[in-house]
Design a protein around this ligand. Structure first.
Ligand SMILES: Cc1cc2nc3c(=O)[nH]c(=O)nc-3n(C[C@H](O)[C@H](O)[C@H](O)COP(=O)(O)OP(=O)(O)OC[C@H]3O[C@@H](n4cnc5c(N)ncnc54)[C@H](O)[C@@H]3O)c2cc1C
Length: 440
């Protein structure tokens, strides 16, 4: 039995973990083992990457198979990491078209969660750039899926949380970049309305993300620092290294921090310092290396341990534009009132995505890390209810707590997804702790 908890380490889960050393073995395991899902680097926060009965470690499927520099299409096995893709292709002038906030994720995990980056409102999700994928099914078939071949299965697999089969390999597009530096502009929003206005600007940069001080209240509720970014041109870079290597010698959190260290006081102090330091850079432009812009948390190994042994929950919701500001204000108000604020609270703009179960929709998404405690659960269900009432939904790759009801209310293609799973004969065969909890 292995510890199979997600990145949030709540809920604590363990179970049998098998490893596949090549794509044939992964296909064979998918056909043989019931109640299975594949697992990448376990960066989903909750229970998505834990099989109901069996979990298949797919990280040894780590070969890059082909690359066409004309089209930027890379073909890779599902366990290849984003970190490896960037370290091989950035020095050649290519960068992935969508990246999440950590590079320690796999190709299979990025497709199954249909991950979004800071540019999703402009460039779409990772799944939008997948040309085709090979999927192993429990009936021993291995099928190629694309927008033209097995199109329904393709749409269900992108964002399908591993519940349609095991992704063995995929071909996806990278984009050309001239440098590995980002031209970053910091904007300051004194409250939520300003933050929403800045994020919704039509002339917005390619990459945008707002960090919110969750504990600010009254007229400062929702005060934020907004980071905008563009890939820098060689002329804008002062360093000799056009493609800097990522920071090495990462600092780390060696052990679980005691729970008392993270309380409303320490979070408030951290937020105050962070906001004030950032506010001094209002409208300043800096040229920063790619890793600190896209993956700031990757600089601290095991940072999830700061939340202590009980772990934490990341709650991420998206709310359609018409109600976004009002609902976000209500959510922030309730969180601030309960004093369960987090170091990490980010707001981003999203656009619709193409997977049947993809998370993004037109609107604003708020992600909040909160230390786990029993008293958090009623607060999260209140927030979930507000979100779905406003026509929004919660992100499955972050989810550990929502009910089957709020899930069903948020995902309009759920019936189609269920039918497709039934027709394929994968219901119950491809199954995770998340699918069991949500009645999938
Ligand atoms: C610090 C941090 C920041 C993040 N930022 C973002 C962000 O900005 N945007 C965003 O969208 N996400 C974000 N995430 C979430 C993360 O990108 C996703 O959870 C991603 O799926 C993790 O990839 P993984 O390889 O670790 O997959 P796992 O966590 O191991 O698995 C995630 C899901 O993918 C499925 N899966 C994995 N491999 C396969 C396969 N070969 N075949 C079929 N299914 C498979 C699993 O069954 C599971 O359902 C972040 C996570 C962290 C920890």
């Amino acid at each position: 039995m292995k510890d199979l908890s997600g990145w949030g380490r709540y809920p604590r889960l363990s179970g049998p973990l098998g490893a596949a050393f090549d794509t044939d073995a992964a296909a064979e395991a998918t056909a043989r083992l019931p109640g299975l899902v594949a697992r990448g680097f376990g960066r989903a926060y909750g229970d998505a990457a834990v099989g109901r009965d069996n979990t298949l470690d797919a990280t040894a499927l780590d070969r890059m198979l082909a690359f066409d520099p004309e089209t930027g299409i890379l073909t890779a096995e599902a366990g290849v990491s984003l970190a490896d893709i960037i370290s091989v292709f950035l020095p050649r002038g290519f960068f992935p078209r969508a990246v999440p906030g950590t590079r320690f994720v796999s190709v299979g995990g990025m497709i199954a969660s249909d991950v979004h980056g800071k540019n999703q409102h402009v460039d779409g999700t990772f799944g939008d750039h997948v040309e085709w994928l090979m999927l192993a099914l429990p009936d021993e078939r291995v099928v190629r899926c694309s927008r033209d071949e097995n199109a329904d299965l393709f749409a269900a697999t992108i964002g399908g949380m591993g519940l349609t089969g095991t992704i063995l390999s995929a071909a996806f597009r990278l984009k050309r970049v001239e440098t590995g530096w980002i031209r970053q502009t910091t904007r300051v929003a004194g409250n939520l309305s300003e933050a929403v206005r800045l994020l919704n600007r039509t002339d917005t940069a390619s990459y945008t993300v707002a960090w919110i001080d969750v504990l600010a209240r009254g007229p400062s509720l929702g005060r934020s620092l907004i980071l905008e970014g563009e890939h820098a041109t060689p002329e804008q870079v002062e360093s000799d290294a056009l493609f800097p290597t990522p920071r090495t010698g990462r600092i780390g959190v060696p052990t679980d921090m005691p729970g008392w260290m993270l309380n409303a006081w320490s979070v408030r102090a951290f937020n105050e310092v962070y906001y004030r330091t950032g506010a001094r850079k209002a409208d300043c432009v800096t040229i920063v290396p790619w890793d600190s812009f896209f993956f700031p948390l990757d600089g601290v190994a095991h940072w999830n341990r700061i939340y202590g042994r009980r772990g934490f929950v990341q709650h991420q919701c998206v709310i359609p534009p018409a109600k976004a500001e009002a609902v976000l204000a209500e959510v922030l108000d309730r969180i601030s009132e309960k004093g369960v604020g987090s170091f990490l609270a980010v707001l981003k703009r999203l656009a619709p995505a193409s997977g049947l179960m993809s998370f993004p929709m037109e609107g604003l998404t708020l992600a909040l890390d909160m230390p786990f405690s029993e008293k958090l659960l009623p607060l999260l269900s209140e927030i979930d209810a507000l979100v779905v009432e406003a026509g929004g939904r919660m992100y499955l790759a972050k989810d550990a707590t929502q009910s089957a009801e709020t899930f069903a209310a948020g995902y309009p293609h759920l019936d189609r997804f269920r039918r497709l799973r039934g027709d394929l004969g994968v219901t119950g065969r491809m199954a995770s702790k998340l699918s069991e909890r949500l009645g999938l």
